[in-house]
Ligand binder design. Structure first.
Ligand code: HEM
Length: 505
């Protein structure tokens, strides 16, 4: 019985092998079984065409070179809707006007579930930042609306400007920096200010620590941490640890406030006064901080970059800010004649309604440098997009590049041109702030932060873009949409060269 002996020997070797070997073998067998099952699955006639190649081969490009991968998918299948598998998850990618109309309107398509499996960069705490009950999610969104009421936003104006002044002072009289680090850092601070509390926002060391932890979550997101979250890989353990540390910082700030018994005028106080469950408060801060800081930080970094590479738009934006200042003169001089103090007296309505140049600059920045793919899970019932069935339980992706880089809608799509006419006829012809059932719930706050930070920077500094050799670049680098967070150009390829002006920040 040579076979039995062989099997026995193999079984005994396996039993005596260490845990890592047994574990790896279990994974390999699991993947093989899934592969065999998928080979027997029949493609239905109304199913989207499947990408050629093995399902495992999609994992790496989907997570690491998403823009190229999705474009290749449309090309390789020759279809506007195609599908592929990420392990056992069916993922359908859609494009075109009719598809996005259905996508943005469909009631069964759920953002949170889609985001969880396909992106996974958020700190995952069941019931706190993920798997939220509808009720908890609604409360969090309601509180976010409260943060953006006129009175609360107006109260935030001086605080955000003061944070910006302090950080810009630290940049000294001139030099160069990587905007994707320095501007992002500044926005992280202003977002912490807007969404948390003075205990955290007033302490630069804690803010810096939080940023490091959130960066760890972003960079520690690997295909395994997303697709096999139960697998204790080193990356997963690091993510868990970072999430716990973020949780501790937030929980400590809440406890400090409660013990002090001294109320403050900030978001944490509003949350505590609303008598929400502690887990909701933690969920609000942990979840929204990362969503808000990343999107706003990316946009601000690119906005400053585009302004530096487009002197004529820089001049227009500066003139707009100067006009705003002269339209709202000081009734009495600020203590040290500071620009930030003067800007802080400008009413919210003026920031929102009297800055058309900055509005179009932000709009164009989002069109060209927001590498977002909207992701959803179909919670049911089955639906059809472009006559292709999207079964209950499957995932659907709509890449924003489909509309924002469409040469029919935006001729010469990679050109940064804020004077492009606003097309109001094409359905969802612009989705920079989302569309249909899912629009950004932080738009007011984000726009205000972007306008205040760029205004103070324009008034306080002269700047332009240089390449790695310090040579002036009159064309901004091309956003790399394969970087799914910031579409950051190659590290070190672009710097902001700046010089402090006489103006008192
Ligand atoms: C420049 C900054 C920002 C941009 C460009 C942006 C963009 C977007 C977009 C495109 C969506 C829809 C996503 C999709 O359909 O897949 C979205 C959703 C959302 N955004 Fe923002 N966002 C920004 C800042 C913020 C901030 C500061 C907050 C909160 C403080 C925030 C909170 C949200 C929330 C809660 C949703 C989900 C809405 C829902 O579930 O219906 N965003 N955002």
């Amino acid at each position: 019985m040579p076979y039995a002996v062989g099997l026995q020997a193999a079984a005994s070797a396996l039993l005596h092998a260490g845990f890592p070997t047994q574990f790896t073998l279990a994974i390999v067998i699991f993947l093989l079984i899934m592969h065999v099952i998928s080979c027997f699955e029949q493609e239905q006639p109304d199913a989207p065409k499947t990408l050629p190649g093995h399902s495992l081969s999609a994992i790496h490009p989907f997570f690491r070179r998403r823009f190229d991968f999705l474009n290749w998918g449309f090309h390789a299948t020759g279809q506007s809707v195609f599908q592929f598998h990420l392990l056992r998850n069916q993922v359908i990618v859609v494009s075109g006007e009719r598809a996005r109309e259905t996508f943005f309107a469909a009631r069964g398509l759920d953002l949170e579930q889609g985001f969880k499996i396909l992106s996974g960069a958020l700190p995952t705490l069941k019931g706190v930042t993920s798997d939220l009950q509808n009720k908890a999610r609604n409360i969090i969104y309601k509180r976010l609306a409260t943060v953006q009421r006129n009175t609360s936003l107006s109260d935030l104006i001086p605080a955000i400007l003061e944070d910006s002044r302090r950080i810009m002072e630290g940049w000294g009289s001139g030099g160069s920096f990587d905007p994707f680090e320095k501007v992002y850092e500044l926005i992280f601070q202003t977002t912490v200010r807007s969404l948390t509390c003075s205990e955290i926002a007033d302490d630069p060391a804690i803010v810096a620590r939080l940023k490091v932890l959130y960066d760890k979550l972003d960079h520690g997101t690997t295909p395994a941490t997303v697709l096999l979250p139960w697998l204790p890989t080193p990356a997963m353990l690091k993510k868990l640890w970072a999430t716990k540390q973020i949780y501790d910082i937030v929980a400590h700030a809440i406890a400090t406030r409660e013990q002090s018994g001294v109320p403050q005028n900030d978001t944490l106080q509003m949350l505590l006064d609303s008598k929400d469950d502690k887990l909701i408060i933690v969920g609000f801060i942990m979840g929204l901080l990362i969503a808000g800081a990343r999107a706003t930080g990316t946009t601000a970094s690119w906005l400053i970059t585009f302004l530096g590479a487009n002197p004529e738009w820089r001049a227009k934006a500066l003139l707009e800010v100067q006009t705003l200042l002269s339209n709202y003169p000081l009734s009495q001089p600020t203590p040290n004649g500071s620009t930030s103090a003067h800007l802080a007296t400008i009413p919210l309505e003026a920031w929102e309604a009297e800055m058309p140049v900055l509005d179009s600059l932000i709009r164009e920045t989002l069109r060209i440098a927001q590498p977002h793919s909207a992701m959803r899970r179909n919670l049911g019932p089955d639906l059809y997009i472009e006559n292709k069935r999207v079964p209950t339980g499957s995932y659907v992706i709509y890449p924003f590049s489909d509309v924002h880089l469409d040469p029919e809608l935006y001729p010469d799509p990679w050109k940064f041109d804020p004077s492009r006419p606003v097309d109001t006829k094409t359905p969802f012809g612009y989705v920079g702030w989302g569309g249909g059932k899912t629009t950004c719930l932080g738009t007011r706050l984000a726009k205000l932060e972007l306008k205040m930070v760029s205004s103070l920077f324009l008034l306080g500094f002269q700047h332009h873009i240089v390449d790695i050799n310090g040579k002036v670049a009159d064309v901004a680098p091309k956003p790399d949409w394969n970087d799914i967070h910031m579409c950051r150009p190659a590290k070190g390829s672009c710097y902001v060269k700046y010089e402090k002006l006489e103006t008192q920040l």
